[in-house]
Design a protein around this ligand. Structure first.
Ligand SMILES: Cc1cc2nc3c(=O)[nH]c(=O)nc-3n(C[C@H](O)[C@H](O)[C@H](O)COP(=O)(O)OP(=O)(O)OC[C@H]3O[C@@H](n4cnc5c(N)ncnc54)[C@H](O)[C@@H]3O)c2cc1C
Length: 558
């Protein structure tokens, strides 16, 4: 070995710094190796929301939950299947037990977290929480990172706005309280910048806090230090090989190696192999999401599973950049006066469902009838009131949207259908049926708006009918929608201690994995907001406790 640490973490994703903090608390030396020039992974560009059942913030706010309720919900929504070894009742129990303990640990380490006031669980199932089980970062002054500030991956929102405040912004034109929120955000952003602070939000704030705490605790972090190989001696992982000035650099790991290197959304070869029909052009993940650590784990004998799963999120590809930058349109397709139809003009799903389910439905539909891309069809009321593909409400859209036929339009539904190549009579029939549901207040085909989450996704200023509204006022418009993603969700199989397993179920000693490098504990579903980052942090926490010497001793309540 060229050098040796107690614990080596591959990738600087969600669980990495959490694991590193546990190790430092146990007095162990830790090295985090990040392939790209920036720390934080997709977690830094994300909302940074973690799904944490029965968490301390719910307790302090008197919001009822329990581990029993949470496991009931997970068991009901995920189910037990033979083809999802990443999830099992036992691993889910460990999650329910350890996720709130992980949050308590972070708070003890000085990480400032909170819950969002409302984000209902995604499924109408026993044990669901309507207020929601989300935990997010407080705003964080990234100037506190000093020279490391420039090494933190930027987030998706450049304003000093909490997520719940940011959710008010689409309503600014129509609501005085939302105008006030905007004024508060702008005032805070300006004031803090003038006073020498730079408040980050969401995933960037979370990863900024984690980086700050890790540096303060003495974790060594290296960027542009991609791991090429895992070292195996007598069946035990003893370290990794990285690269130094063009030659191999061997780093030993006495207590273990943790893989937290993301998924493979940016590797077209792996997508073609495991999730055919999807494209790297549709992903919003960070550039390092290229999957090589999953393949490296397989090379040394790890089992992989659930490889065809992904955290889908519908996207549009507006012109402007080459290749077009995918813009997430989940919040767009759930608003009144719009529907999603396949290329034959048929509606086929509940648009106001989770991004995960929407993309699953789109790809499943495509197997019967062309639906990739699908069309988001809307009327003028929609354009006047709601954001579309990142543009503010209003009919004035970028010129290129018309010139490059991104935004299609027609004075009548038939003219719009002609422009989109949809059979006009089909589109007319589909819209008329949907308009009937909008008028009666009940979507008999797909129950859009029946469940708390479905309503939450709609127009907060229309409580009587937040997601149903007739498509009736011309001109009519349409854009194409693709089943994009914010992660893949399959990978290395791990046990309830985050240890990597072989096909025969035996443990590869010295190797742990977390995050989207693994077959998710959520199986083939996503229970609520934060179903990816919550587990990434939690299994990082669990892996480090195990590697630090807790062994198999921590409790998993029956
Ligand atoms: C806009 C957006 C919003 C989202 N919001 C949420 C949300 O609120 N809640 C939620 O749960 N999910 C959300 N997601 C999805 C979520 O962000 C990801 O699933 C999650 O962050 C993945 O975390 P991770 O810990 O697995 O890895 P990542 O955070 O992606 O980190 C992996 C790191 O490993 C590095 N790496 C890769 N290979 C190597 C190597 N060989 N050597 C060294 N380093 C390597 C990568 O460069 C990367 O930095 C969102 C995603 C997006 C894009």
């Amino acid at each position: 070995m060229n050098e040796t640490f107690d614990f080596v973490v591959v990738g600087s994703g969600g669980g990495s710094m959490c694991a590193a903090l546990v190790m430092r608390q146990a007095g162990k030396s830790v090295l985090v190796l990040e392939k790209t020039e920036l720390v934080g992974g997709t977690t830094a560009i994300s909302g940074g929301v973690m799904w944490i059942p029965d968490n301390r913030f719910m307790k302090s706010q008197g919001i009822g939950d329990s581990r029993e309720q949470a496991i009931t919900y997970l068991d009901a929504t995920i189910g037990d299947r033979d083809d999802t070894p990443g999830t099992s009742h036992k691993r889910r129990l460990a999650y329910v037990e350890e996720a709130p303990a992980m949050v308590d640990f972070l708070v003890d380490q000085g990480i400032r977290l909170r819950r969002l006031p409302s984000w209902p669980d995604y499924y109408d199932a026993p044990g669901e929480s309507v207020p929601g089980r989300t935990v997010v970062s407080e705003l964080f002054d990234i100037n506190r990172l000093g020279k490391w500030k420039s090494k933190l991956r930027p987030g998706f929102l450049p304003l000093a706005a909490n997520l719940d405040e940011a959710m008010e912004l689409p309503y600014v034109k129509r609501s005085w309280p939302s105008k006030k929120v905007l004024a508060r955000i702008l005032g805070r952003t300006l004031f803090t910048r003038l006073s020498g602070r730079h408040l980050a939000t969401a995933g960037q704030a979370l990863q900024g806090q984690m980086l700050h705490a890790a540096l303060a605790a003495g974790v060594e972090i290296r960027t542009e230090a991609g791991v090429k190989e895992l070292l195996l001696e007598d069946g035990r992982v003893t370290g990794v090989v990285t690269d130094k000035a063009g030659s191999a650099w061997r780093i030993g790991a006495r207590s273990g190696v943790l893989i937290n290197a993301g998924g493979f959304s940016r590797n077209q070869r792996m997508l073609d192999q495991y999730i055919p029909g999807t494209s790297v052009q549709w992903t919003n993940t960070a550039p390092g999401d290229t999957g090589e650590m999953i393949e490296e784990a397989v090379r040394i004998g790890a089992a992989i599973a659930q490889m065809e799963e992904r955290v889908g999120n519908p996207v549009a590809l507006p012109p402007g950049e080459t290749p077009a930058k995918p813009v997430i349109v989940h919040g767009d397709i759930t608003k009144p006066h719009s529907i999603v139809v396949d290329q034959g003009g048929e509606r086929y799903m509940r648009e106001a469902h989770s991004y995960f389910e929407v993309c699953k439905a789109m790809r499943e539909r495509d197997r019967q009838s062309p639906a990739v891309p699908s069309w988001l069809v809307m009327d003028s009321q929609y354009l006047d009131k709601y954001m579309l593909a990142g543009s503010m409400p209003g009919r004035k859209k970028p010129k290129a949207w018309h010139q490059e036929r991104f935004l299609r339009s027609g004075a009548t539904l038939e003219a719009l259908a002609d422009d989109c190549g949809i059979p006009p009579d089909r589109l007319r029939a589909t819209v008329e049926r949907f308009n009937g549901f909008a008028r009666s207040g009940h979507d008999e085909d797909f129950q859009r708006g029946d469940h708390a989450y479905s309503r939450w996704l709609g127009d907060a200023l229309e409580p009587a009918s937040p997601t149903l509204g007739a498509i009736e006022r011309g001109p009519f418009y349409a854009i194409q929608v693709y089943p994009g993603d914010v992660s893949t969700f399959g990978g290395i199989v791990t046990d309830e201690y985050a240890r990597v397993l072989r096909e025969d179920g035996s443990v590869i000693a010295g190797l742990y994995a977390t995050g989207t490098s693994t077959a998710s504990v959520m199986g083939r579903t996503s229970p609520g907001a934060g179903g990816s980052i919550g587990p990434s942090f939690t299994w990082g926490f669990v892996a480090a406790k195990h590697a630090a010497g807790a062994g198999d001793g921590y409790s998993v309540r029956a």
